[in-house]
Design a binder for this molecule. Structure first.
Ligand SMILES: Nc1nc2c(ncn2[C@@H]2O[C@H](COP(=O)(O)OP(=O)(O)OP(=O)(O)O)[C@@H](O)[C@H]2O)c(=O)[nH]1
Ligand SMILES: [Mg+2]
Length: 399
């Protein structure tokens, strides 16, 4: 049961679709909805931050039964919904996901959507549904250290992989970009990069860290039509949050869980119909976090992944996120509340509160999306597709 949220953004959000088929939404709105009494929040107790507006998405339209938490002026304000007395709602749809509108308020903005359809019972419902559908075991404490990328998927997003752990010697890359590649030998590992632009993403310090750890780095190539002008997206979050797993899944459209921590970084190129995007994940372990901020000025978008079930470290995740973006008031941020399949996972409302997203979302586009990478090999879930589409739209808008 996907959960997504727009925490705040500009009124001319890309999430605001053209309407199209109707998406039933209902909800409530107010400058200080505390606690919320809308159907999506039956679990109660959490309330909303001041000026948060909530709305529950209906089951029609392209949501296909997903629920979500939309925070921010996703769409133009809508009309009052007579089905929920005293509530207003609005909805617009763009592509495969719908945005819930809001009115800007001085303190913050938000629109929450809960699970759609008959069982509109709040985040717990969504979580248990996910847990029931997940056949994958929870990650064990000792993950393999061998960090491997999946094999090329339809020759598009994946293709080049070099490094001493995988292949002892450099050899010509057989990926689509072929001869465009420049090989860089860095001590015991190799970085393969299709063009100087992508190469420039890699900080020398990070290369050293990776070399010291004997890690092998992956810079996946642009597609053959690559222009060298990708749209960089930074992917950050604490170690174990699921960054690599999410990226694998976004790139291949198949669920592929990572089995080992990222010792340096991963750069992955994802092509959509509209554009080519370069995702750069920097590992979340403590020693790598100092590199995070180096990239913020260079990127169009920040994706911040949190482990929704790792309650103990949410304060750390919050602190790091706030520190990261405190000096950048306009960088769009997409927070992925990952591992929604786990029984103990916080729903996105709780994640919103735990990360204090209303404190950092006033002037920027900010989204909160519940994701999970549950069943290896299966097609990615609809909320992951939504996330991909949202990211694409944000990047397009940021250009
Ligand atoms: N249950 C569950 N496990 C997940 C999910 N996403 C990732 N995992 C598991 O969580 C562990 C960490 O995933 P990674 O993708 O390596 O996390 P990461 O954020 O890249 O971690 P670092 O590279 O160390 O910063 C792995 O065992 C994954 O299989 C998810 O949605 N649900
Ligand atoms: Mg990783």
């Amino acid at each position: 049961m996907a959960l997504w949220a727009r925490v705040s953004s500009q009124p001319d959000s890309p999430a605001a679709g053209d309407g199209g088929e109707a998406v039933r939404t209902q909800g409530c709105r107010g400058s200080a909805v505390r606690p919320c009494s809308c159907p999506c929040l039956e679990r109660g107790g959490h309330g909303h931050p001041p000026a948060v507006r909530c709305a529950v998405g209906g089951g029609a339209g392209r949501h296909r039964g997903r629920g979500g938490l939309g925070l921010g002026p996703l769409a133009e304000p809508g009309s009052a919904d007579s089905r929920v007395p005293g509530c207003r709602h609005s909805s617009r749809r763009s592509g495969t996901w719908a945005g819930l509108g809001q009115r800007a308020t001085p303190l913050g903005r938000a629109a929450l959507t809960g699970p759609h359809g008959a069982s509109r019972r709040g985040c717990d419902t969504g979580r248990s549904a996910l847990a029931a559908s997940s056949a994958a075991p929870e990650p064990g404490p000792g993950r393999s250290r061998a960090h491997r990328f999946p094999p090329p998927a339809s020759g598009r997003a994946w293709g080049c992989r070099l490094g001493p752990m995988a292949r002892p010697a450099l050899r010509p890359c057989a990926c689509a970009a072929g001869a465009q590649h420049r090989l860089h030998r860095e001590g015991s590992f190799a970085v393969l990069s299709p063009d100087p632009l992508l190469s420039s993403l890699i900080p020398p310090g990070l290369l050293s860290v990776a070399r010291a750890r004997g890690a092998w780095l992956n810079v996946l190539p642009l597609a053959s039509q690559g222009t060298g002008h990708g749209k960089q997206i930074l992917v950050l979050g604490l170690d174990g949050a699921g960054k690599t797993s999410v990226l694998h899944s976004l790139a291949t459209n198949r669920v592929k869980r990572s089995v080992a921590p990222t010792e340096g970084f991963n750069a992955i190129c994802v092509n959509t119909e509209e554009l080519q995007m370069e995702f750069l994940e920097i590992g979340g372990s403590e020693s790598l976090r100092s590199y995070w901020k180096m990239y913020l000025p260079k990127v169009l978008l920040l994706i911040y992944v949190v482990d929704s079930a790792d309650h103990a470290r949410l304060p750390v995740a919050k602190q790091l996120l706030h520190q990261l973006i405190q000096n950048n008031s306009t960088l769009p941020v997409v927070v992925l509340a990952n591992k929604q399949d786990l029984e103990g996972a916080y729903c996105i409302t709780d994640i919103h509160d735990a990360l204090a997203l209303s404190d950092i979302g006033d002037n920027r586009k900010m989204f909160l999306i519940g994701t999970h990478v549950a069943e290896d090999g299966s097609e990615i879930s609809s909320n992951m597709k939504d996330a991909k589409e949202l990211i694409t739209q944000l990047v397009l808008e940021a250009q």
